[in-house]
Design a protein around this ligand. Structure first.
Ligand code: B1M
Length: 221
């Protein structure tokens, strides 16, 4: 069974979602993530084991490669797609087994900003790392973050900004959130954001990429 778990991990890492999928070309015709999950479940392997020994390590490896320029945006997208399909098969079993998510990550692109490609990648990778993700979309003001926090009071907030004109609004948003939720943890990211800026606005940290966001969440949550 360990061979199948290892093969599934490779499918996630390489973005091989099913046997039918033509991508990646060198794995054509081989079983993909969906077939392997079905076989493992049928053989009695627990959903938790499949999640922790194949899916999460597979996603972690793509994130690591992306950090050191060995993988690129399309690689993360295909991996996240394979992960999503595998997770859909596991979801029911995980619910039965009551496997708790690591936490809730409330994420959005800030007010006035419509860039969502990076934010979506962060959301997908964080979900792949075992977190429940509440994705508020783009153009998200303090009011929407606040409403989500009221629903998920233990959630960690993630804000993404791609414009120098919109990153400024993050400071006021952090202040507004802390009025009602003084201990809320906020992490920020996006091309113009820096570690110094995060300190300046009193955020709990800055992550340069999805893997960095996962590591930061695990450190602060
Ligand atoms: Co716009 N745009 N854009 N744009 N756009 C930039 C950002 C820009 C740098 C281009 C340029 O001039 N060279 C520039 C900003 C300049 C500045 O502010 N200094 C710019 C501009 C000016 C604009 C408009 C104002 C243009 C106009 O209309 N005159 C306009 C603004 C619209 C608005 O938001 N109100 C605009 C519009 C658009 C499109 C709609 C056409 C499109 C967005 C489509 C979409 O997102 N659905 C677009 C695009 C695609 C870009 C570029 C080309 C690419 C951005 C991107 O997706 N990168 C961009 C130029 C560039 O970056 N080369 C540009 C890929 C993505 C994977 O990277 O988003 O950085 P990124 O995310 C990374 C990290 O930053 C990090 O993880 C990701 C993966 O590593 N990360 C986080 C992101 N969020 C995070 C959150 C975290 C942690 C990590 O924790 C919470």
């Amino acid at each position: 069974m360990s061979e199948k778990l290892a093969a599934l991990r490779t499918c996630i890492e390489r973005g091989k979602s099913s046997a039918k999928s033509a991508y990646p070309p060198d794995m054509k015709g081989q079983p993909g993530a969906t077939e392997l999950v079905e076989e493992l479940l049928a053989a009695g392997v627990s959903a938790e084991k499949i999640l922790n020994e194949s899916l999460i390590p597979g996603m972690r490896e793509v994130g690591r490669k992306f950090q050191c320029n060995e993988a690129f945006v399309p690689d993360m997208l295909v991996s996240a797609d394979a992960m999503k399909k595998a997770m859909a098969l596991l979801r029911e079993e995980l619910l039965k087994a009551k496997v708790e998510p690591k936490g809730t990550f409330i994420v959005g692109t800030v007010k006035g900003d419509l860039h969502d490609i990076g934010k979506n990648l962060v959301a997908m990778m964080v979900e792949g790392a075992g977190w429940e993700v509440v994705d508020l979309g783009v153009d998200v003001g303090a009011d929407k973050f606040l409403a989500a926090l009221k629903e998920h009071p233990k959630g960690v907030v993630g804000m993404s900004a791609l414009l120098t004109t919109t990153m400024g609004g993050m400071k006021a948003t952090v202040e507004t959130l802390r009025k009602d939720f003084p201990n809320v943890k906020v992490i920020i990211g996006g091309a113009p954001i820096t570690d110094n800026f995060a300190k300046e606005i009193n955020a709990n940290g800055y992550a340069p990429d999805p893997q960095g966001a996962i590591e930061l969440l695990e450190k602060i949550a």
